[in-house]
Each structure stands twice: as C-alpha cells, then as structure tokens.
Design a protein around this ligand. Structure first.
Ligand SMILES: [Zn+2]
Length: 147
C-alpha cells in the first residue's frame, strides 16, 4: 500500500526518469524519503550480490558455459537405451515367431504298429503310414465273394 501519492513518481525518478518536483517533494516528505532510502539499499545489495565477471575473465567464463552446454550429460543413459531397444526387439521378434508359427506345438499321439496278422482265411493285412503320420491298416479279402 502506498503511503504517499508521489511514491510511484519517486520510484520512476529513482530509475532515471526526470520528473520535475520530485526532489523538492522528497526533501519535504518523510515517507518518500524513507522509500527512496529503501530503494537505494536494495540497489546496493543487488549490485554487491551480483557475481562479478570482469572483462578479462569473460572469455574464460563464456568458454566454460559453452563447454558445459555442448558436453552431453555423463551417464549410461545411451547404452541402456540401446540395450533396452535390443531387448524389446528380441521380445517382439520372439512373439512374432510364436504367432506366425502357430504357437507351441500341440501334443500329438502317435500310433505305432509293431506287428500285424489276421486269422481270416484268404485275407491279407497291409499297413502303411501316410505322409502326415496317419497309420492305416488295410485288410484285403481275396477269397471270393463277400458274404
Ligand atoms: Zn511523498
């Protein structure tokens, strides 16, 4: 909250703007004199706390900033990124292979014919296995008409 209606003008005058009557007002107004002193203290404090880089030091100062800005951050981020990408690709390839190959093989029961014979007269037994693994046993009757 402003303590005097001139305070804004005093601040502008302090910042370098030439406003007629301010000097006379500050000399007569205690509130504006106090405000001006506070502004001067703040400016002095800001100037003291500013990191000083002289003209002679500026070259090295700027080179340091450029070096830090252009150097990538240290760490293993890039290597881990590639390792993660490789692992993800491997998992994707494995999943694709599993999907395209129909997944895990279904369990199959296999018929094995170890021996064959028949008690039928005039009949022969023939066994063969088809290409798909199907076992077939054929009984051929060769003795005349079927009853
Ligand atoms: Zn005032």
């Amino acid at each position: 909250m402003r303590s005097c209606r001139w305070e804004k003008r005093v601040e502008q005058w302090f910042d370098g703007r030439r406003i007629s009557g301010v000097e006379e007002h500050v000399a007569a107004c205690g509130a504006c004199r106090k405000s001006l002193e506070t502004l001067q203290l703040m400016r002095q404090g800001a100037e003291r706390s500013r990191p000083g880089v002289s003209d002679a030091q500026f070259g090295a100062f700027y080179a340091g900033i450029r070096e830090r800005a252009e150097t990538p951050a240290p760490g293993h981020g890039r290597a881990w990124a590639f390792a993660s990408l490789g692992l993800a690709a491997l998992i994707a390839a494995g999943s694709t292979f599993a999907i395209l190959s129909g997944g895990p093989r279904a369990a199959t029961a296999e018929t094995v014919v170890e021996s064959y014979s028949t008690d039928l007269q005039d009949a022969t037994v023939e066994y063969y296995r088809a290409e798909d693994g199907t076992a077939t046993l054929q009984v051929h009757y060769t003795g005349g008409d079927m009853w």
